[in-house]
Design a binder for this molecule. Structure first.
Ligand SMILES: [Fe+2]
Ligand SMILES: [Fe+2]
Length: 469
């Protein structure tokens, strides 16, 4: 076993200490990862002790081990859910047959693309969030940001493990490319649109972790059904971490909403004049990040989705909720665009699977928005946040290139342009939000534009020293 890569340094349940080939691949990649982390990871906090959760084993008491750690010394590990020797394909053309432990030759390229596309989102979000440590509203939030960042780093490790172990030389090349692309870069951008958008302040960070990380949950859930067993087992473990990211987003927005309501009830009641973020502005950022995230599910009618399902590589969200798993001859009723008009139509189910997954995602988002609206109601304020139509402000799929209102009504481009500033953040909204982003690093203190959290992390009080300054 190499001195660089001990089981102690890289916690794992993949027998790293006896896998010479994986060790050699990781020996070359791990220093590049650390260079990338130092260069593109959180700016300004690399030498500080942060109270972080580290996964040291997959057992219930091992996946959430809390302690102070400096981020470059974080133990990024490799964990797969334990193998079920009797597992069979849960869907697609191979339904009922034993799952694969090696990559099936005929689906190699398709599978590699799925792994690389998922893998690319992980370092991308770290890059998008790298400057946020300069303006955190509290030490509690600062810690949560870094927790999300190191775990996205670990998710990158998870995908790189698959590339190194199952894809030989081109897998190693793809693993290097994952560290070479840069979010928002003109020449070498990240693969998917939302992962090239700037996350330039904390409202966008909370919206990102609410909506974009939630896309991650649904993509991982679909891959967790995979008949390529190592991918399924990897994604299942990643989902345990993803839950915290969405918690950060949902409760983050909820606290901004709560503070807006509190300020509305103060004399004058002008939220901006009182240094908060008003509810209509929150709605605009919701519209922006939700629609960017809807795009991540891909085209409404997709032969790629059909191919991945047929091959048993990417299933539906919680496949075992369904009775029928081959989807030959069944249909999905959905809106489509025909001759410039919206019509409701039956689409062959396999081709509609992106839309099926997006529909599950939308329901999940709605549950979160309902909880925000409950906060508003509990504060005695008459206002409702709404998810816009899935046709509004789309860049990918059949609604891209056409204009719709947030209510889903088709309009012409000129009308959209005239209304844009009411529906989506303007430059002046962005400048206003940024003007609020002054760091608060005193223990237990909170920026004026956000309410404190209901409770601390790991059962600790809100004024715990989550980051040692
Ligand atoms: Fe992730
Ligand atoms: Fe995440």
């Amino acid at each position: 076993m190499s001195t660089v890569l001990s089981d102690e340094k890289i916690p794992n349940n993949v027998n790293l200490s006896s896998d010479k080939r994986l060790q050699r691949a990781l020996e070359a990649w791990q220093p590049q990862f650390i260079d990338w982390w130092k260069q593109m990871g959180p700016v300004g906090w690399q030498e500080k002790d942060i109270y972080l959760r580290t996964a040291v084993s997959v057992e219930a008491n091992g996946w959430a081990h809390f302690d102070y750690v400096r981020m470059p010394e974080y133990r990024w590990g490799i964990f797969l859910e334990p193998k079920d020797p009797n597992r069979t394909h849960g869907f697609g053309d191979f339904y009922g047959q034993p799952v694969w432990d090696e990559v099936p030759g005929e689906f190699r390229n398709l599978l590699r693309r799925l792994v690389v596309t998922q893998g690319d989102t992980e370092p991308a979000s770290v890059e998008q969030q790298r400057h946020l440590g300069a303006t955190a509203p509290s030490l509690y939030d600062l810690r949560n940001l870094f927790q999300v960042n190191v775990e996205e780093g670990r998710h990158l490790w998870a995908m790189v493990y698959l590339l190194h172990t199952y894809f030989g030389r081109d897998g190693r090349e793809e693993a290097e490319e994952l560290l070479a692309r840069r979010s928002g870069d003109q020449d070498k951008p990240r693969i998917l649109g939302a992962f090239n958008e700037p996350t330039s302040h904390w409202l966008s960070f909370f919206m990102f972790t609410m909506f974009t990380d939630r896309d991650g949950k649904y993509q991982l859930s679909a891959l967790a059904e995979s008949g390529f067993d190592p991918l399924a087992r990897t994604c299942r473990f990643m989902l345990t971490e993803e839950a915290h990211h969405m918690f950060v987003g949902e409760t983050g927005v909820q606290r901004v909403v709560k503070r807006a309501c509190e300020l509305m009830k103060q004399p004058g009641g002008d939220v901006r004049a009182l240094g908060g973020i008003d509810l209509p502005t929150i709605q605009k950022y919701l519209n922006l990040w939700y629609t960017l995230s809807l795009d991540l599910f891909g085209g409404e009618v997709s032969s790629n989705a059909a191919d991945a399902f047929a091959a048993g590589l990417k299933g539906r969200y919680k496949e075992d909720r369904y009775d029928e798993h081959k989807l030959v001859g069944s249909h999905f009723a959905m809106d489509v665009l025909e001759n410039g008009k919206v019509v409701h139509k039956d689409i062959p189910m396999r081709n509609a699977l992106n839309e099926v997954l997006r529909t599950e995602y939308i329901k999940d988002c709605q549950r979160g928005v309902d909880r925000w609206n409950k906060t508003i109601k509990d504060e005695g304020i008459d206002f409702e946040l709404k998810l816009p139509s899935n046709k509004f402000h789309r860049q990918i799929g059949m609604w891209a290139g056409h204009s719709f209102t947030p209510a889903g009504e088709m309009i012409d481009q000129a009308t959209f342009d005239a209304k844009r500033g009411e529906w989506l953040p303007t430059d002046s909204d962005e400048a206003y939000i940024k003007s609020l982003m002054n760091p608060v690093y005193e223990r237990g203190k909170m920026a004026n534009w956000i309410a404190p959290p209901a409770k601390g992390i790991n059962g600790l009080p809100g004024d715990f020293e989550y980051v040692r300054l």
